[in-house]
Design a protein around this ligand. Structure first.
Ligand code: PLP
Length: 396
């Protein structure tokens, strides 16, 4: 077993959950598509079913390829337990459905990923859950927590405006109020930020993004307090949003290069954000690594690197964005992020595609923002590409 306390994150990305087993065993975790696992010995079967003996019964519950993926992320997040889901949203809704009951009070921030925002603003109230969305600001969130809180739900840096909240401070406030503290860490993969170390009970990732890194597999993962993870797993195995073994294999393969990718994406994003700040035609740049970012001091304290995501607005607003985006050569214009390729879009087409224009306005999400997920291309090429696309947008 890899000693997670002694190995670096690059080593853990490669080895955790994938150590060679019996002599002659494959060095790579095999995809096991089988839906069920057979037994001739009924006592052994019963022992596995009761959890008294290791093994698998049925693919909706557990699967060996999926278990290897969960183990790798568990080690990377230095968590006691992990479980997986078919998507990031299945992880988020699984946590809500398991831990909330009518009359419960959820405190969160205005800026969360659009799908989460729809759950918080439309679905949870329909289930009789009281949701209070504070401005994405530590004082405002702390004030809401003081009004009572069963579940504190945080996301930092936020999608798509890259706002930062103070995880240690808010987790302490949430715990003091008796809340379960949940953090969506999708924008800051394990190498960059560790919410569990900062006091969260649970950390969620859309594994579809940086963890997988190749835009070819959907997945979600939940790590943290073993009792809570077990409870959510028990709900998920019945609710049925299980990760497919093929997706688990792709995510595992992607995870091996997580440290390499995220280091490069973070370094390139820093260079690009610095360049954009002084570029002609750019109105505002949102990147927590910039000293001018309002959350920079907190980000420095809680992040090891500032990540590969940034957003910016153009002087000409949405019209300029409509000219700028198609002029980009080295970017997919698509609703994804965290991939090896650079990906760009607007909130209306990416993070907040599920929201109505009115909902986006109420959440303070500008229509003319460009969300830019930095890939692993050469930073100089990306900067040259941004420069020519800005010039093209300016020409009209
Ligand atoms: N959380 C964040 C911050 C996201 O950006 C996304 C998707 O973009 C999700 C959760 C949902 O993930 P998935 O698309 O895997 O359901």
């Amino acid at each position: 077993m890899v000693d997670a306390k002694r190995a670096g994150s690059g080593t853990l990305s490669v080895w955790a959950g994938e150590e060679a087993r019996a002599p002659g065993a494959p060095t790579q975790v095999p995809v096991v598509p089988s839906v069920s696992f057979g037994y001739r010995d009924v006592d052994a079967w019963v022992a596995v079913a009761r959890g008294e003996r290791e093994g698998h019964i049925y693919g909706r519950n557990t699967n060996p390829t999926v278990a290897a993926f969960e183990e790798k992320v568990r080690v990377l997040e230095a968590a006691e337990a992990a479980t997986s889901f078919s998507t990031g949203m299945a992880a988020i809704s699984g946590v809500f459905q398991t831990l909330l009951r009518p009359g419960a009070r959820v405190v969160s921030q205005k800026d969360t990923y659009g799908g989460t925002s729809v759950l918080l603003t439309r679905h949870l109230p329909e289930w009789g859950v009281d949701v209070s969305l504070a401005e994405t600001d530590d004082d405002a969130i702390e004030k809401e927590i003081a009004g009572g809180c069963d579940l504190l739900y945080l996301e930092t840096p936020t999608n798509p405006t890259l706002k930062v909240v103070d995880l240690a401070r808010l987790a302490a406030a949430g715990r003091a109020a008796g809340a379960t503290v949940v953090v969506d860490n999708t924008f800051a993969p394990p190498h960059n930020q560790s919410p569990l170390e900062l006091g969260a009970h649970l950390v969620i990732h859309s594994a579809t993004k940086f963890l997988g890194g190749h835009a070819d597999a959907l997945g979600g993962v939940l790590c943290g307090d073993p009792e809570l993870v077990r409870k959510v797993f028990r709900h998920r195995e019945i609710a049925g949003a299980s990760l497919h073994p093929e997706a688990a294999y792709l995510l595992l393969r992607g995870l091996k290069t997580l440290a390499l990718r995220v280091e490069r994406q973070s370094a390139s994003a820093m260079r690009i954000a610095t360049w954009l700040r002084d570029a002609e035609g750019v109105d505002a740049v949102h990147y927590p690594g910039l000293e001018t970012h309002p959350g920079h001091a907190v980000a420095r304290k809680q992040m090891r690197a500032f990540g590969g995501m940034l957003s910016f607005s153009l002087d000409g607003g949405l019209d300029a964005v409509k000219r700028f985006l198609p002029a980009l050569r080295w970017a997919h214009l698509a609703a994804n992020l965290g991939a090896v390729e650079t990906v760009a879009g607007t909130p209306a087409t990416t993070s907040h595609v599920e929201c109505t224009p009115e909902e986006r306005a109420a959440l303070g999400i500008p229509e003319g923002l460009v969300r830019y997920s930095v890939g692993i291309e050469d930073a100089e090429d990306l900067i040259a590409d941004l420069e020519q696309a800005l010039a093209s947008a300016a020409r009209g």
